[in-house]
Design a protein around this ligand. Sequence first.
Ligand SMILES: Nc1ncnc2c1ncn2[C@@H]1O[C@H](COP(=O)(O)OP(=O)(O)OP(=O)(O)O)[C@@H](O)[C@H]1O
Length: 393
Amino acid sequence: MSSARGTANHVELYPGDTNEPVVTASLAGAGQDVAREAKLDVPPQESLAPTKLKIEGLSKAYGDFQALHPLDLDIREGELLTLLGPSGSGKTTLLQLIAGLVKPSTGKLLMDDIDQTALPANQRDVGVVFQNYALFPHLTVSENVAFPLRMRGEPRAQTLERVKEVLEMVGMGHLGDRFPDALSGGQQQRVALARCMIYRPSLILMDESLSALDRKLRETMQMEIRRLHRETGATIVFVTHDQEEALALSDRICLMNGGRIEQVGRPEEIYEHPESVFAANFIGVSNLFAGKTTDRGVMETVFGSLPLPESIAGGIEGTLVVRPEHIALNGDDRYLEGEVVERVYAGAETRLLIQVAPELVVTARQAAGASMLEIGSRVGLGWAAENARFLTR
Ligand SMILES: Nc1ncnc2c1ncn2[C@@H]1O[C@H](COP(=O)(O)OP(=O)(O)OP(=O)(O)O)[C@@H](O)[C@H]1O
């Protein structure tokens, strides 16, 4: 038997009460880390890791409303995959389907090649950490973390040892006797994570679990999660609507939009090669120019002709995307001209907003130390043609 316990907002899933330890992820992940270190410039998981979770045609409708359209996704052993997207894009629904908390309308879900679709939540080898950590207030940190093992009737000595181990892992070894209300948000988050990890679930799901923390603490916890991920080799699916968080944390990002997968890829892949205007806009800052290609290797826009990054047939409507860091100010190539209307200082760089036309403001960057352009200056804008992306969706 196994069990799921918690409140409506917080559920923790406890794997079956078998005597078999549920350890599959750490060994597999460790091998992968070695491979990663040996070949630093090669993206992780690309070819080495087997599929941990295979999602096939999975969808969810609530009455007439399609919260999630049928989608396919392979999550690899030992990877940290982020589900990223705006509010309502279906991230939580997908996470709930993976956890077994919600029944799919169509499709199936295989974990380690075994069909899980009909398996109840409490029989899946999955740990869930939700946004509100829901620690038991009347139990100490150690007791909170030990709780799942106690409920399973694990021997006391073994439980104590394991509690010590996971608390050390999350940097909370010295606070085992504290009560939750005497902990900061970040510390509570660590305890929730420890309570999930005490089972060694081979798949950990985290839903917006850092969103209650302030920025500094959030960044520290992101690094902690990366470290834990490296050390344990667990497969983690992390939900966030924060693109910076996704870029900082993920091996791969699954970008979602309107209940569909928009693009899946490594952070730099999505940043450098967005496949849609939505992806270009959602991750990082983009300058977008709508127009139509011509046979002369340029795109005609209402602001003038802009060079195409590659050879593209004429007559195609689309959008040219140029990242701010690729915009050269007063360089040799000048395709547009405008007036600096805003300067936003951000330490290592200054962001410049340049009004090119009443309805077009271009964002550019100037590195610290460069001679600053004052507000009101006229400036010519250009970029290396190959640094732009031409998108048709
Ligand atoms: N039980 C439900 N009944 C009806 N509609 C639902 C239900 N649960 C979710 N939805 C709808 O499905 C869509 C996707 O919701 P979901 O919570 O998965 O989005 P999300 O990307 O996680 O958003 P957020 O970042 O705001 O949590 C939303 O439009 C939501 O209103």
